[in-house]
Design a protein around this ligand. Structure first.
Ligand code: ASP
Ligand code: MG
Length: 402
């Protein structure tokens, strides 16, 4: 007998047949004697469709109204799922975010959960109901609806698991788990049995689209063990948990991110405060900078090179070209680049990981433009046309094809 939180993404409830499939998974879990809370996202592309509808009417719609609108997507899926579960002979009740006690701050469109008042959830569980909760939404202190940002239902599920001290939080999706690389693109990509929170966080940030990164942060903070698994194929998925509970692997995954622009600011004055003024200008405009490289000063000038998203590349150049402190500098924006990264907690204690990655790239004649490392990650910036070959080469070097 356990308390299990199960979350199903939009593709898992896209149509009536899929909703019935989810109802069967949930009912089976319940019939084994477990207490079950289910969190669901909006069906298929519903959220995108609602955004498109709003844009037709008002491209600058007030954010409060956008949240009021988007919350409707999840309202549809919870009621349909509760009805589906009833047909299988199990008692179910659907709850919107506010009914389930989700209190958030007031940042419409990107609200943070402040707390969950679990009284109603607990009361429904005590009545032996399967409780179906709308993901992605809550209520603020003005009693207005809020949403948590795209992909936010994962976070809703983890938050409920933490608040109720659930025994398990299962995230059902349309892939079978977390892989060492994108299995559609990389031959020999393997499904991982387990992965640490920190590794998952790096992979999520680097573009592996299985889990929303805020949900992984929260799972780590409250030690909620997650399982990522398929709603269509009933086989064990990938467990995300604490590092101390598992064997370290040198490399857990290889990722590629093509949404990168490389901005070079060449021939900058070699004076104090230049980097500060440059990057504060970007941060004032909410431009997030990823990798930064500065050359040694020579003849009183130096070069500063950094990466941002593709969209922000030209924006950054435009902003910086008016900055007095950069007078005389030359700007270049290269959007034909990609970032390839390896992630693994084992590299902390294993010398030679970087050189092994660089060797694999060298053997394929791939030139590295920038390198950045953290304790459990090494990223390189390369030409985007080399990205797929680079991922395969690096994957092959660390995770041999068997
Ligand atoms: N329906 C929302 C979205 O599409 C939330 C989610 O799917 O987690 O972003
Ligand atoms: Mg969705």
């Amino acid at each position: 007998m356990a308390l299990i939180v199960q979350k199903f993404g939009g593709s898992s409830v896209a149509n009536a047949e899929r909703v019935m499939n989810v109802a069967r998974i949930v009912s089976e879990t319940y019939k084994k004697g477990n207490d079950v809370v289910v969190v669901v996202s909006a069906q298929g592309d519903t959220t995108d469709d609602l955004i498109a509808k709003a844009e037709e009417i008002n491209p600058n719609a007030p954010k409060r109204e956008m949240d009021q609108l988007l919350a409707a997507g999840e309202e549809i899926s919870i009621s349909l799922l509760a009805m589906a579960i009833e047909t299988l002979g199990c008692p179910a009740i659907s709850l919107l975010g506010w009914q389930a006690g989700f209190n958030t701050n007031s940042v419409y469109g990107a609200a943070r959960i402040k707390n969950i008042r679990p009284n109603r959830l607990q009361a429904e569980l005590a009545k032996h109901n399967i409780v179906v909760v709308a993901g992605f939404q809550g209520i603020n202190r003005y009693d207005d609806l809020t949403t948590l940002g795209r992909g936010g239902s994962d976070t809703s599920a983890v938050a409920i698991a933490a608040a109720l001290h659930a025994d398990k939080c299962q995230i059902f999706t349309d892939v079978e788990g977390v892989y060492t690389a994108d299995p559609r693109k990389v031959e020999g990509a393997k499904k991982l049995k387990e992965i640490t929170y920190d590794e998952m966080l790096e992979l999520a940030t680097l573009g592996a689209q299985v889990l929303n990164n805020r949900s992984v942060e929260m799972a780590k903070k409250y030690s909620v063990e997650l399982e990522v698994l398929s709603s269509l194929n009933p086989i064990p998925g990938t467990i995300v948990k604490e590092a101390t509970k598992m064997e370290k692997m040198l490399i857990r995954g290889v990722t590629k991110d093509k949404d990168v622009a490389l901005v070079s600011v060449l021939g900058v004055q070699d004076n104090p405060g230049v980097a500060f003024k440059l990057f504060s200008k970007l941060s004032q405009k909410n431009i997030n900078v990823d990798i930064i490289l500065q050359s040694f000063g020579r003849n009183n000038t130096k070069d500063i090179v950094f990466t941002v998203t593709k969209e922000n590349g030209p924006v950054a150049v435009e902003l910086l070209s008016d900055l007095p402190v950069l007078d005389g500098a030359k700007f270049v924006c290269n959007t034909d680049v990609a970032k390839v990264s390896i992630v693994g907690a084992g590299m902390e204690s294993h010398p030679g990981t970087a050189s092994k990655m660089f060797e694999a790239l060298y053997e394929r004649g791939i030139n590295i433009k920038m390198i950045s490392t953290s304790e459990i990650k090494i990223s390189v910036i390369i030409d985007s046309e080399d990205a797929d070959r680079a991922v395969s080469a690096v994957h092959n070097a660390f995770i041999p094809n068997d």
